[in-house]
Design a protein around this ligand. Structure first.
Ligand code: MD6
Ligand code: FE
Length: 222
């Protein structure tokens, strides 16, 4: 199953780039290509999630509409509206619980966390973000989760994006990090509350996903 040493896909048109790890902080790893072997399974899972819990663009507490379209799976889902940000067990759009975390997603998240030094990670929430060209995410901290002891695992699919990785203070100048289809970022521990964002999406369409980037972030929220 997906891991840094998985068997190469004999039917791929080109061999995937060899997996490698870059450290952005003491406890922040970029696992290049880590999700490539599982990408097909992940996209199947995402299609099923979006069929049950449709993509939507949420309102921010400040009254803006997010440029990123969002859905969730897992026991808890992240939502934003005029009242604030929160995790909840029910999708406010459908009135139903969020779709369950597909096994392929759960497994990949655990393997990526372990590869970055966080053994035993079992997420209970997965936020799914969809970017069209121009969509961006402004600098923020992920602090709505109850358990900062657990890391966050972030999987990039589709178009390349520039991830901005800052410090623990909003004013710390962020470092731009290009993220490709199949890259996974894992962070936690002393880096868990670092500011980060995503520059407006632009550039070449992805061969499979077209003019989209999908990002999965796995967390321990409840
Ligand atoms: C994104 N990611 O890459 C947005 N948060 O589309 C995040 O906001 C994020 O990548 C926490 C940890 C990793 C992330
Ligand atoms: Fe975030």
């Amino acid at each position: 199953m997906p891991s840094a040493t998985a068997t190469p896909d004999l039917f791929a048109a080109e061999p995937p780039p060899s997996p490698s790890t870059a450290w952005l902080g003491p406890q922040t790893a970029v696992l290049r290509g880590f999700a490539l072997p599982a990408a097909g399974l992940l996209l199947d899972g995402i299609a099923r999630i979006a069929a049950q819990a449709p993509w939507r663009r949420m309102q921010t507490p400040g009254g803006y509409t997010m440029s990123v379209a969002v859905t969730n799976c897992g026991a808890f889902g992240w939502t934003s509206d005029r009242r604030g940000y929160r995790y909840g067990a029910v999708d406010p759009l459908t009135g139903h619980p969020w779709p369950a975390l597909p096994p392929a997603l759960l497994q990949l998240a655990g393997e990526a966390a372990a590869a970055a030094g966080f053994g035993g990670f079992v997420p209970d929430a997965c936020l799914v973000n969809c970017y069209a060209p121009g969509a961006r995410l402004s600098l923020h901290q992920d602090r709505d989760e109850r358990d900062f002891g657990a890391p966050i695992v972030s999987v990039s699919l589709g178009m390349r994006a520039t991830f901005l990785f800052g410090g623990l203070a909003r004013a710390d100048k962020p470092v731009p990090v290009p993220l490709e289809h199949g890259d996974v970022v894992v962070w936690g521990g002393v880096d868990r509350l670092r500011f980060h964002g995503v520059r407006p999406l632009h550039g070449a369409p992805h061969p499979v996903l077209g003019e989209r980037r999908i990002n999965l972030t796995f967390r321990r929220a409840g």
